[in-house]
Design a protein around this ligand. Sequence first.
Ligand code: HDD
Length: 730
Amino acid sequence: MSLHPKRNGAGSRSSAAPPAKNNQDKKTQQLEAFTVAASPGLTSNQGVPIKDNHNSLKAGDNGPTLLEDFILREKITHFGHERIPERVVNARGCGAHGYFKPYKSMVQYTSAAFLQSPELETPVFVRFSGSSGSQGSADTVRDVRGFAVKFYTQEGNYDLVGNNMPVFYIQDAIKFPDLIHALKPEPNHEMPQASSAHDTFWDFASLVPEVTHMLMWTMSDRGLPRSLRMMEGFGVHAFRFISARGDAFFVKFHWKPKLGVHALDWDEAQKIAGKDPDFLRRDLWEAIEAGNCPEWELGVQIVDAGREDDLEFDILDPTKLIPESQVPVQIIGKMVLNRNAENFFAETEQVAFHPGNLVPGIDFSNDPLLQGRLFSYTDAQLARLGGPNFNEIPINRSVCPIHNFQRGGLHRQAISKGRVAYEPNTLGNGTEFRIDGAAQDVQPPSKPVDASKTRHRRASFDDHFSQATLFWNSQSLAEKDHIVAAFRFELSKVEVPDIRQRMVDNLAHVDLKLAARVAASLGINAPDPKAAAGRLGFRDYRMTSKVSEEPALSMAARPGASIKTRKIAIVVADGVDAPPLRRLLQDMAAAGAVCKLVASRLGSVSTLSGKQLVVDHTFANMPSVMFDAVLIPGGNESITSLCGLGEAVHFVLEAYKHGKTICALNEGTQLLATLGFSNEKNSELINVPTPGILLADARKVLDGQVTQDFIAAIALHRHWDRLNAEAVPA
Ligand code: HDD
């Protein structure tokens, strides 16, 4: 049996699961043993039956509650302890189960068993997260997203704890607490929540220029993913592959989503944060429940150990990426997420990742950020999960046997037999038991280290701007506009003008025009790169880049071809013209899109022919920001009502502003009149020269032309080059 997508409740796990046949099922089977189904009746934690769950034990009907009521005491006490400390960063997250399968053997590069055979499926659990917000913060804030994958391999757990951006803010882990303290809500008043738009963050950023490259990413649309299913993942650091022959390679990991890489608009993201703060986690959950199981391909950039100096930057510097045109990404396998967690706390909250959870054949590098992480994650789990036995929590258990002589500790579950808890020994099974180191070690010996202790940073880490410029140069015009707008927004929230000035002076080292555009709206002086260069700790150093533009860094350069799982709103009122609508609904469903009827009230609307169409949502409960595209069917009466309805007009205007595809059939075009579009040649499909606006004759629906145009326009995701979009007061 394999847990491949099952429609209608793919997420639910049957209570009598069949026996595991392959590795993928091993984790499911293991978790099954800990799963508790609801059963009739109540008991205490000691198994004592509870007959009354409504009244505490009192001395007489009006008397005080008795201390001896152990049922009350147990219930209230457990309740008071049911929270654990949230993660100090990446507190808000959601997770899902699935599997990973290589496309080919990687034996040439690594001995990692899970990468040896395309036949082998390895179970995974993935937790996505936002980095700055607390557990209850909104999903769509501007942020880097965590992308942590736990592979339950037959050689133990391997964790790839990455982000949706390929670089990080800082170069050395010793700066991590400073970075996070600056980013998190300010310590005096605990504001703002899940936002970098405040003085302390930009104060730090303006003084530590190594953050500049990462700022370009977070200020870009990458900071606002449309869906967790539509974002890339990166291991960030250079790791090492080690082959069975002992050959070593540097490797950078990439996750490439099958649905393409897409983003929200900033205005949209802010509105969604209020309308549906759970937008991203709901999207993931619903897609998996519907059997639309998200997939990513695993890619690797491999650099032979010893050839890393051919790169013009230091491969160990986590603020640098390897341009894909310099070292192509080899696609080596596929990950599918096909089952939602059964219990959020037990699985998603208690899962414990660690970038040092490695398997033989994969090693870390001397990246100083990674080195610090190796210490931090175990420490974080000890604080969060209450002791050294967190590996025994079901979601964290490996699927291969554990054997060592670690004993005791809080919440120990294993009942280790016998008198022996040491190695070597002869008393365990009567013969000598000794580990002789013959098997391949997880951490193979690397070059001998013979150096003086130093707190010095290598000069090869000094260039903080070349790749920020590379990122900027690689963006489309619309993407550049969004970056400028994001910097303006963030810095306009900064109260101290000196901080704004320092920041734009820094940006002048990325691109003078960018800095000037940001400065223009902030009421400060024009940017001065010399001022930045003169500051303490600021090095005005640039390496010679081999690549000046990199298409892979732009999302616009790689629009997807599919509209699978895209959400289309059909705005309707009584009197809607149903036949062309029905046909379009069929076509869109066949293309994998999700269509929902939106009206001013729930229930149903009547069609021109007097039939009823069931309404899915109201304009109030599901505004346009929750959709990818809008369809306005014809029908005189329906359109007259919609034109007189502010929330319907706003719905369409807002979709226009956010660059979404809008298709109007026949009279439906009148709803667009507010935007200055009219459908004078009513019998023609008019491709108004406004990208993504389709005004169509309903008769053309039957010949498939409208479907084709509509799908092609939605697949482009957004149409930013629209006239007067800023004039729309949405
Ligand atoms: Fe980290 C959580 C990713 C640098 C210390 N980190 C955490 C999570 C992700 C990342 C995805 C959430 C894991 C989960 O879902 O449970 N972190 C990164 C990446 C980094 C990075 C991609 C740089 C390339 N992190 C980093 C540094 C330190 C930490 C430099 C400390 C020196 N990170 C932690 C942590 C967390 C964590 C405090 C919070 C809770 C936890 O680990 O389990 O230990």
